[in-house]
Design a binder for this molecule. Structure first.
Ligand code: THU
Length: 159
């Protein structure tokens, strides 16, 4: 029997359509992106996340000459957040990525490993995390939960 999974997402046509807090998160993700350490891929990614206490935490991808030892912007940011604010909920995550020259306007979605890591903290805090992803210029994609980006997700409930 063939079945379908429906995912929900919103397309926000441009930066101007974002509300104030979303604009702040976009700006911070875009700015921190410029400090990414990506000498091997030259692909720069910035992340800004909003905590329930109003604080904004930022991070960028960190590469390594031994390639697998590097880490994506989302995980750099979310792991630091969980290490320092283990009991504070995450409300929103903004990801801005693109080649170093930033010419592309295609929204850059979080990779599979980052989706899995975000899911862990969404499950832990028992509250959805809104995910936004974009290029430095162009449209922005928004989902209300990481589960929209990770159908058939594996989490601790199976263990
Ligand atoms: N990257 C991220 O930071 N986040 C993603 O979700 C996708 C990929 C980084 C990892 C690596 O430093 C570079 O982009 C190229 O893959």
């Amino acid at each position: 029997m063939e079945k379908e999974i429906k995912i929900n997402f919103e397309v926000i046509p441009s930066y101007d359509e974002l509300n104030d807090i979303e604009k702040t998160l976009f700006d911070k993700a875009k700015t921190i992106r410029e400090q990414a350490y990506a000498p091997y891929s030259h692909f720069f990614v910035g992340c800004a996340l909003l905590l329930e206490n109003g604080e904004i935490i930022t991070g960028s991808n960190q590469e390594n000459a031994a390639y697998p030892s590097g880490l994506c912007a989302e995980r750099t940011t979310i792991f630091w957040t969980s290490a320092n604010y283990p009991d504070v909920k995450i409300k929103k995550i903004f990801v801005i990525g693109g080649p170093e020259d930033a010419l592309s306007s295609v929204p850059i979605p979080p990779c599979g490993g980052c989706r899995q890591s975000i899911l862990e903290y969404e499950a832990k805090q028992k509250e959805k995390i809104e995910i936004y992803f974009a290029a430095p210029n162009g449209e922005i994609i928004k989902t209300k939960s990481i589960r929209d980006l990770l159908p058939f997700s594996f989490d601790g409930s199976f263990l």
